[in-house]
Design a protein around this ligand. Structure first.
Ligand code: UDP
Length: 322
């Protein structure tokens, strides 16, 4: 198949592209490299890599033409106008380009952030009321609804995937797990926000990619599906595991939440993966301990640059909003 991956040079995109290339597909990547280029040089030789912005209608129409399937991942965390425009203009351009170019199936990467604080009480399934609170999550929810409208009006089949905290090699240190590894390996305190009892459903990247590819093959019509493990872990527990694994002298520091996160922090987030199991026949299951070990092995086998353990400038910020 000929497949387009927007945002294919990012953390999740680069793993997806590796998998698609291994599966023998013709892959086109559209990326503007705002988060650098995480694609393996060996993979780059085997794909069509195009630098461009999903906000540009003409570019999106050109790269979409003749594709059998589109994975739309391009986007980034934030609260600024560019983040929002990338979401809203991106979906409009990609959706319309699929319709104009005869592409029948679209996979869109949404986020468990759409559940907002509603996710506290129970393991949320897709019928649970989405109540996003950050602008990023509001844009994700808007796009899910937009795709439902495109299905009704133009018959474009699509599946929106609500990823729950994905982690793995190549992820940058704005996210909690790589950040804690960085701090542990530098002997710095691990910055746990609040009391550290907040939980997340951490899903390992290889499992997430497997689920994504299977869903792309098997979904019908227009769907929204959680990509979750159905098991949550507390942040302080993760900090302690990383200290033990790296044999670090670092300590856990319970610190106040940064300004930008204060009102957005969710105490518990865990996803129900029944629907994923029903459609894809697969759910993420790699235990957290094993996923952490894989990241540590990756860091140990990488040069400082390849392992991306250089602290990017945004690490110096107090936090990000999503
Ligand atoms: N977190 C933390 N210390 C950090 C970074 C994050 O305690 O240095 C916590 C954060 O408060 C949240 C969890 O880790 O409860 C996951 O944060 P992340 O930004 O990775 O993803 P989120 O689920 O907030 O989108």
């Amino acid at each position: 198949m000929k497949v387009l991956v927007t945002g294919g040079a990012g953390f999740i995109g680069s793993h997806l592209v590796d998998r698609l290339v291994d599966g023998g597909h013709d892959v086109i990547v559209l990326d503007k490299f705002s988060g650098g280029n995480k694609l393996d040089p060996k993979t780059i030789e085997k794909i069509d890599l195009i630098e461009g912005d999903v906000r540009n209608e003409e570019t999106v129409h050109q790269v979409t033409k003749g594709c059998d399937l589109v994975y739309h991942l391009a986007g980034y965390l934030g609260v600024d106008a560019e983040t929002m425009e990338t979401e809203t203009l991106g979906i409009r351009n990609v959706g319309n380009a699929c319709i104009a170019g005869g592409v029948e199936r679209l996979i869109y990467i949404s986020s468990s952030g759409v559940y907002g604080k509603a996710a506290i009480e129970q393991d949320v399934d897709e019928d649970f009321l989405a109540a996003p609170i950050s602008s990023y999550a509001i844009a994700k929810r808007y796009n899910e609804i937009y795709l439902q409208a495109l299905f009704q009006e133009k018959h474009l089949q699509s599946c929106s995937l609500r990823y729950f905290n994905v982690y793995g090699p190549r992820q940058d240190e704005r996210m909690v797990i790589p950040r804690f590894f960085y701090q542990a390996l530098k002997g710095e305190p691990l910055t746990v926000y609040g009391n550290g009892q907040q939980t997340r459903d951490f899903t390992y990247i290889d499992d997430v990619i497997e689920a994504t590819v299977l869903l792309a093959e098997r979904f019908q019509g227009c769907e929204i599906v959680n990509i979750a493990k159905g098991e949550d872990a507390s942040i302080v527990e993760i900090a302690n595991k990383i200290i033990a694994l790296t044999k670090s002298n670092s300590e856990v520091a319970l610190i106040e939440l940064p300004q930008g996160r204060y009102d957005l922090e969710v105490q518990r987030r865990c996803g129900n993966s029944d629907k994923l199991k029903r459609i894809a026949g697969f759910i993420p299951s790699l235990p957290l301990d094993e996923g952490l070990k894989k990241i540590f092995e990756f860091i140990e086998n990488s040069s400082p640059v390849a392992g991306q353990m250089e602290r990017p400038s945004h690490m110096l910020e107090s936090g990000h909003q999503r």
